[in-house]
Design a protein around this ligand. Structure first.
Ligand SMILES: NC(=O)c1ccc[n+]([C@@H]2O[C@H](COP(=O)([O-])OP(=O)(O)OC[C@H]3O[C@@H](n4cnc5c(N)ncnc54)[C@H](OP(=O)(O)O)[C@@H]3O)[C@@H](O)[C@H]2O)c1
Length: 255
C-alpha cells in the first residue's frame, strides 16, 4: 500500500478518464493534489468530491499547451501546499488522424502541442520546484500506440507519444543527481470516452476487436492505470527512473 501523505502532486487531465482516476486515487492515498483541465465545472466537481471525503485538492482550469497554465499549476502547489513533489502529466489526444499524406501541417502541430509540447512545458516548470524540494517524480502518460505498437492513421499521435520517451530519459539524466525521477507510463486500451470502443459510431464489433488486441482480452479500467501512476509517484519507486512502465494488458506482446 503506497501512502502519499507528504506529497503534493500535479495531475493534468483530471476532468475525465485516466487523469481523473489518478487524481482521485492519489488524493485517497493522502496526496495534496493540484488538478488541471479546461472544463471548470467538471474540475470543480472532482475537487468537491475529494475535499468532501477529507482529501486536499485545488483545481486550476486551463489549457496545457499554454505555458502560463503550466507555471500556474506549479505556483499553486508551492503557494498553497508548500512545494511540489510529483506531477502526472496525463493529457493527450489523437488530434488529426488519417493517412500521413492527408495530415495538415496545422493538425500535425496541434497534435504535437497537445501530446508532447504540453509535457515539455509541464516538466520545464515542475523540475525547478522539485529540485528546490530536494527531489521529485515526473510521470508522462504515453500510449501503446506509437510507443510499442504501430497503428495506421495515427502518425502525429504516435510520433508525439514516442517523443515522450526521449523527454523522460533526458530529464532523468539531467536531474537524477538532484533526485528528480522521470518515467513514462504506457497504458493499453482503457475504458474512457476517448477510446475508439466508446466512439459514438463504435459498433460492438469495434469494441470486440479492440479487446482482442490485448492478451487479457479486455480494456483496462482507468483505475488500473492509476495504480501504476501511484507506484511511480510513490517512494516505492525511489530507484525507478528513465524507464517505460507498460500497463497494457499485453497489447504490446501480441503477434
Ligand atoms: N483511453 C485509452 O485507451 C488510452 C490508451 C493509451 C493511452 N491513453 C492516454 O491517456 C491519457 C488520458 O486519456 P483518457 O482516455 O483518459 O482521456 P479522456 O477521458 O478523453 O480525457 C481527456 C482529458 O484531457 C483533458 N484535456 C484535453 N485537452 C486538453 C488541453 N488542451 N488542456 C487541458 N486539458 C486537456 C480533458 O479535459 P477538459 O476537456 O476538461 O479540458 C480530459 O480531462 C492521454 O494521454 C491518452 O493519450 C489513453
Amino acid at each position: 500500500m503506497h501512502e502519499l501523505t507528504t506529497k503534493n502532486v500535479i495531475v493534468t487531465a483530471a476532468t475525465s478518464g485516466i487523469g481523473e482516476a489518478i487524481a482521485r486515487l492519489l488524493a485517497a492515498r493522502g496526496a495534496a493534489v493540484v488538478l488541471s483541465g479546461r472544463r471548470e465545472s467538471k474540475l470543480a466537481d472532482v475537487v468537491a468530491d475529494i475535499t468532501r471525503t477529507g482529501g486536499k485538492a485545488i483545481g486550476v482550469a486551463g489549457d496545457v499547451t499554454d505555458e502560463n497554465h503550466a507555471r500556474r499549476l506549479v505556483d499553486t502547489a508551492v503557494e498553497r501546499f508548500g512545494g511540489l513533489d510529483a506531477a502526472v502529466n496525463t493529457v493527450g489526444g489523437f488530434g488529426e488522424a488519417g493517412p500521413l499524406t492527408g495530415i495538415s501541417l496545422a493538425g500535425w502541430r496541434a497534435t504535437l502541442d497537445l501530446n508532447l509540447t504540453s509535457a515539455f512545458l509541464g516538466a520545464k516548470h515542475q523540475v525547478p520546484a522539485m529540485v528546490a524540494r530536494g527531489g521529485g517524480s515526473i510521470v508522462f502518460v504515453s500510449s501503446f500506440v506509437g510507443q510499442t505498437v504501430a497503428i495506421a492513421n495515427t502518425a502525429g499521435y504516435a510520433a508525439a507519444k514516442a517523443g515522450l520517451e526521449g523527454l523522460a530519459t533526458t530529464i532523468a539524466v539531467e536531474y537524477g543527481a538532484q533526485r528528480v525521477r522521470a518515467n513514462v507510463l504506457v497504458p493499453g486500451g482503457t475504458d474512457t470516452p476517448s477510446n475508439v470502443a466508446n466512439a459514438p459510431d463504435a459498433t460492438p464489433e469495434v469494441r470486440a476487436h479492440v479487446e482482442r488486441m490485448h492478451a487479457l482480452g479486455r480494456l483496462a479500467s482507468p483505475n488500473e492505470i492509476a495504480q501504476a501512476a501511484l507506484f511511480l509517484v510513490s517512494d516505492a519507486a525511489s530507484f525507478v527512473t528513465g524507464t517505460q512502465l507498460r500497463v497494457d494488458g499485453g497489447v504490446s506482446i501480441m503477434g
